[in-house]
Ligand binder design. Structure first.
Ligand code: NAD
Ligand code: MG
Length: 394
């Protein structure tokens, strides 16, 4: 019996790493749906190679191009956000959610609703709608497996443990390319410099988020949402080697660490093979060769995203949705050269302050999708306004 799998965001960094693992055990899988944002050539080639039933391109303008690229293959071609959700609703046992940004939320929910095991790389969906995802999983008896390296590490450290015996969890951050830069230099950091990550090879957006530590901020919130730890239990530790991915501290003082080379196929493979452990094609860690591991506290003055994550958790409600949306817009602004590197946090902070003051972030314990989407839109508009103010102030 083959396992039916779908991969959303198949053309991206996580998606390609997932396909790499599936390729190595090709006979065990049958691929239901693959999706991509705009890269029709990659998507069509992968759909043909893996004999997918369906390929979906997110940009509706590329529907005809995808159809043409799949002509004669018998593979269905679809396009647009609704088609993504329909594809995620097709019965599959294991679904990888590796779209970047809020666009991954609705397909992830649809996959849970059909009872699939959801391998969740799309941290934005937990940050914006954690309670909704968890409730969806519970209602449909579906499992969510974390595919962020830190969260996979925590998940693995908790196997066989009593979660109530956990005192704290520590997620590590490489510190990115700007780990030791002073604020004055950070303010002038360029896009090219932000894209130069020391340890991890990832998609463009998460790479910049790593440089600003917005990625770590999202991950702190993700930790709270997924595992249910309180904000006080979650710590961040800068660890430039990126070999210890997370640590779990127990009531008796024991600290369980997860180590491995910086290769996302660890976390993806763990989720793919779960609950078993099987051979993975990742380099083995040679600690004698590495010699030493460094740890230092993060600097919230230079990386205000970490402080903002605490504020988001304290505010609750729709603050996560607003935080993520404002961050996505500010990141667009930085990539487009509209605002500077340190301005991203300014924009996000301004949006959170405005929306909190207006009461727009208040919500029940499990805000429904339409409320989340509304908060997301509102935060994007506020972020655009904040960026326009910054530009005019120049
Ligand atoms: P990426 O940019 O390489 O790939 C993103 C994928 O999403 C691509 O297939 C892209 O075409 C698609 N996409 C982009 N915009 C879309 C839209 N509006 N609608 C539908 N599809 C769209 O990103 P990545 O690095 O692979 O990251 C994917 C997700 O995994 C992100 O949520 C990221 O935070 C998370 N993640 C990535 C890594 C990593 O090492 N790359 C590690 C941990 C978590
Ligand atoms: Mg991570």
């Amino acid at each position: 019996m083959t396992r039916r799998v779908s991969i959303f965001g198949a053309t991206g960094s996580i998606g390609q790493n997932t396909l790499d693992l599936i390729r190595r055990r090709r006979e065990e899988f049958s691929v239901v749906a693959l999706s991509g944002g705009r890269n029709v050539a990659r998507l069509a080639a992968d759909a043909r190679e893996f004999g997918a039933e369906l390929a979906v391109v997110a940009d509706p303008a590329l529907h005809a191009a995808l159809k043409a690229a799949l002509a004669g293959s018998g593979i269905e071609a679809a396009a647009g956000a609704e088609a993504l959700v329909e594809a995620a609703a097709r019965p599959a046992e294991w679904v990888m959610s590796a779209i970047v940004g809020i666009a991954g939320l609705a397909p992830g929910l649809a996959a849970l609703e059909q009872g699939a095991t959801l391998a969740l790389a799309n941290k934005e969906s937990l940050v914006t709608a954690g309670p909704l995802l968890l409730a969806g999983a519970a209602r449909h008896g579906a499992t969510i497996l974390p595919v962020d390296s830190e969260h996979s590490a925590i998940f693995q450290a908790l196997v066989g443990e009593d979660v109530s015996a956990v005192e704290r969890v520590i997620i590590t951050a490489s510190g990115g390319p700007f780990r030791d830069w002073p604020v004055s230099r950070l303010a002038r950091a360029s896009l090219e410099q932000a894209l130069n990550h020391p340890n991890w090879k990832m998609g463009q957006r998460i790479t910049i988020d790593s440089a600003s530590m917005f990625n770590k901020a999202l991950e702190v919130i993700e930790t709270k949402e997924f595992f249910g730890f309180s904000p006080e239990q979650i710590e961040v530790l800068v660890h430039p080697e990126s070999l210890v991915h997370a640590l779990v501290g127990f009531r008796d003082g024991a600290l369980m660490a997860h180590l491995g080379v910086a290769d996302m196929r660890h976390a993806i493979g763990y989720a793919l093979n779960w609950p078993r452990r099987r051979e993975l094609p990742v380099e083995r860690l040679d600690l004698a060769r590495i010699g030493r591991l460094r740890f230092e506290p993060p600097d919230e003055a230079r990386f205000p995203a970490l402080r903002l994550a605490r504020e988001v958790m304290a505010t609750g409600g729709l603050a996560g949705a607003a935080f993520n949306a404002a961050k996505e817009r500010a990141l667009d602004g930085f990539i487009a050269g509209r605002i500077g590197f340190m301005d991203m946090a300014r924009v996000v902070e301004a949006v959170l302050e405005t929306l909190e003051a207006s009461g727009a972030l208040r919500a029940d314990a499990v805000p429904p999708l339409d409320m989340v989407v509304r908060a997301d839109h509102l935060a994007r508009r506020q972020a655009d306004a904040a960026m326009a103010r910054l530009e005019n102030a120049d």
